[in-house]
Write a protein that binds this ligand. Structure first.
Ligand code: HEC
Ligand code: HEC
Length: 332
């Protein structure tokens, strides 16, 4: 069982633009927020006091390096790089960002591009797609449905300040990385009771189980490792019974009398992406659910979202959960 821990906000460098935090945390709730699948949009409880760094060397499995707490929480880079041999040299914008507004991409998306449930995996996405989405964030096309989600606010703020050369460098870097899956999908009727910490769900300190209901529960297998920002942190993904098989059928289904093409038509036969259309296989179910929800509600816009709109328009919440359960279970 996990020890009781202080509030996770201590992980974020308190020196970094406090004003921005206050603005982000006091933003009003979106009108649609009550209809959101809240498990995909966890919002941290109010900030606690950052724990003092006692300077001790922190380790993660299979890594030759150590970092202190202060180094791990440094949003402005250099980011903690636990496995420097698993990726090429990072461009400065990825490893360090650029003050005052652009935080290091790899702080959130990790040096290997694995990402985390509260953000997005980027490894191996088409270079043009990464470029296009950075422009979409710049132009306000991806505000997200939950304005209290600070990681999203910081993503948008950073994107608005990126130069074309920085966009090209970051896109080329993440597109060059080999995608890998860090999730293990388990079909079940009951799940551990969870609480929100570090913008993700994690088993509640008191233990216990509850019914899964119409949810997917994605949680780091080892919260300590997650908090240390190990780029190989594995996740357990609990999904409703039967959802994987149901999702497998849905990705090949052509609907509405043949007018709506199947997912595999555009995302590729194995859902690993096709041309400039992004990979879906093996990605975080929380991330995928937020995208499908935001695309369906019209919160996520932009030129090529028009292709997705008719696809998601008639899908129910249960359909989305099944699709996401199946997609997460695939090899990337
Ligand atoms: C503070 C954390 C944070 C930082 C720093 C950050 N991002 Fe993100 N990024 C996010 C979040 C959160 C999302 C997912 C938003 C959502 O759920 O819609 C995201 C999404 C993305 C996406 C969309 C991926 C997809 O498949 O839809 C791209 C591309 C991206 N980020 C690139 C970058 C680049 C390049 C940088 C550095 C210049 C960067 N990000 C820095 C948090 C961050
Ligand atoms: C007609 C082509 C087409 C079909 C069919 C299609 N998609 Fe997409 N999908 C796209 C495009 C293009 C994008 C990129 C949208 C953008 O640029 O914002 C996308 C984006 C997505 C995203 C967001 C990925 C990311 O990295 O942010 C998800 C999730 C997704 N699609 C799931 C699905 C699922 C599930 C199906 C089947 C039910 C499906 N798509 C069918 C074209 C398609």
């Amino acid at each position: 069982m996990l020890p009781a821990r202080p509030a996770p906000h201590r992980l974020l460098n308190p020196g970094w633009s406090l004003a921005l935090w206050v603005v982000a945390l006091s933003a009003p709730l979106a009108a649609s927020a009550s209809n959101l699948p809240v498990w995909a949009y966890p919002v941290n409880p109010p900030a606690g006091h950052p724990a003092a760094d006692d300077g001790h060397a922190i380790h993660v499995p299979d890594s030759p390096v150590t970092f202190t707490r202060t180094q791990i929480t440094n949003l402005t880079g250099p980011v903690p790089d636990w496995h420097p041999d698993e990726h090429p040299a990072m461009p400065d914008i990825v490893a360090k960002g650029r003050a005052p507004n652009v935080l290091a991409c790899a702080y959130c998306h990790l040096p290997n591009g694995a990402g985390r449930p509260e953000n997005a995996s980027l490894a191996g996405l088409p270079v043009n797609y990464i470029r296009q989405e950075l422009r979409a964030f710049q132009q306000g096309h991806r505000p997200g449905s939950e304005p209290r989600r600070v990681p999203q606010t910081l993503m948008i703020k950073g994107a608005k300040d990126l130069t074309d050369a920085e966009i090209d460098a970051a896109a080329a870097y993440f597109a060059s990385l080999k995608p890998a899956s860090f999730v293990r999908v388990i079909e079940t009727a009951t799940v551990p009771k969870t609480r929100i910490a570090g913008w993700v769900l994690t088993p509640a300190p008191g233990g216990g189980t509850e019914a899964i209901r119409n949810r997917i529960i994605e949680t780091p297998e080892d919260f300590e490792r997650f908090e240390n920002r190990d780029s190989r942190t594995p996740y357990l993904v609990y999904v409703p019974r039967g959802s994987v098989q149901r999702g497998a059928a849905l990705v090949v289904t052509i609907r509405d009398g043949g007018t709506v093409p199947a997912c595999i038509t555009c995302h590729g036969p194995e859902l690993k992406g096709l041309g400039d259309v992004p990979r879906l296989a093996g990605r975080s179910p929380s991330f995928l659910m937020r995208q499908l929800t935001d695309l369906r509600s019209g919160v996520r816009t932009g030129a090529s979202t028009e292709l997705m709109k008719p696809i998601v328009a008639h899908l129910t919440d249960a359909d989305l959960i099944s699709l996401v359960a199946y997609l997460a279970s695939r090899e990337p």
